[in-house]
Ligand binder design. Structure first.
Ligand code: FMN
Length: 253
């Protein structure tokens, strides 16, 4: 068995420019599909427009200084749909669709603006939404019901090894990579870029949540097979990369 550092080094070196297989773009293979496919147009739940939404805390430096990972939430508070809309918009919302270049521009940076992520949301305490799993359709700023079964919620808890902050969260975000969106251009280097991209998304979640008195805990300790199974991800072209629980801060006495 190779030791961890040998493996890390091999994985890392597989993405060196000189070790990469020729990218799909260079082979003139088809453009990746860059918008989320909608499986049920009439079932979309459109999120409220939050362009006029003013967070309670608007001082960026103050928000950055206050940010911590929070694992205990006020379970008596429901998140409003507008708050959820705000968090989804500034983490993965689409600012612009560039049809000519077949890409989207969003509020977070992404290598080559490939934006490889699909966002799934475990909803547990959001006003007006039934508990369950949803998929965010970024270009429509809408949610699609994914699975409302009680067992799906339980599986979501199991998939993150029952971390308490997920069980007690108002919502938990799950970001899955749609690998071809990035590998089409960057070949094996995509593996780095997708993980770097994910960090930007989660950081925006931390900061936006902090600005409205919610706390976040990033989650990378999850069971890959269970999580991928739960969200119907094939583990080759699509797999889960990152998650984050969100809940209202407990007021200080
Ligand atoms: C990539 C990454 C993965 C993490 N995964 C988990 C996790 O699975 N469970 C958890 O409780 N915290 C997780 N955290 C939160 C870290 O433990 C936390 O950021 C760290 O303790 C520093 O605390 P701070 O965020 O309050 O500054 C993760 C953080 C990052 C950046």
């Amino acid at each position: 068995m190779e030791d961890a550092h040998d493996l890390i080094s091999r994985m890392h070196q597989a993405s060196y420019h000189e070790n990469q297989p020729v990218s799909a773009e260079k082979q003139e293979k088809p453009f990746p599909q860059y918008l989320d496919n909608v499986s049920n147009e009439s079932g979309l739940i459109f999120l409220p427009d939050c362009s006029g939404f003013i967070p309670q805390h608007n001082d960026l430096l103050d928000v950055i200084i206050k940010r911590r990972s929070l694992r205990r939430y006020d379970e008596s508070v429901e998140m409003s749909l507008e708050e959820l809309s705000y968090l989804l918009k500034y983490t993965q919302g689409v600012r612009e669709i560039d049809e000519k270049r077949s890409l989207t521009i969003r509020f977070v940076p992404s290598a080559g603006s490939r934006h490889p992520f699909e966002t799934f949301v475990l909803v547990q305490r959001v006003a007006g939404l039934t508990q369950g799993l949803y998929r965010y359709i970024a270009q429509r700023h809408a949610l699609e019901v994914f699975d409302l079964a009680f067992e799906a919620i339980q599986k979501a808890h199991e998939s993150v090894y029952k971390q308490k902050q997920v069980i007690t969260s108002a919502v938990t975000f799950f970001w899955a990579a749609n690998v071809y969106r990035t590998s089409w251009r960057y070949s094996t280097r995509a593996y780095r870029y997708m993980n770097l991209d994910a960090g930007h998304v989660c950081q925006n979640l931390y900061l936006c949540a902090e600005s409205i008195d919610y706390g976040v805990c990033a989650i990378a300790a999850f069971d890959d097979h269970l999580t991928n199974q739960l969200f119907n991800l094939d583990e080759v072209k699509r797999f889960m990369v990152y998650a984050a629980s969100v809940g209202k801060k407990i007021p200080q006495a």
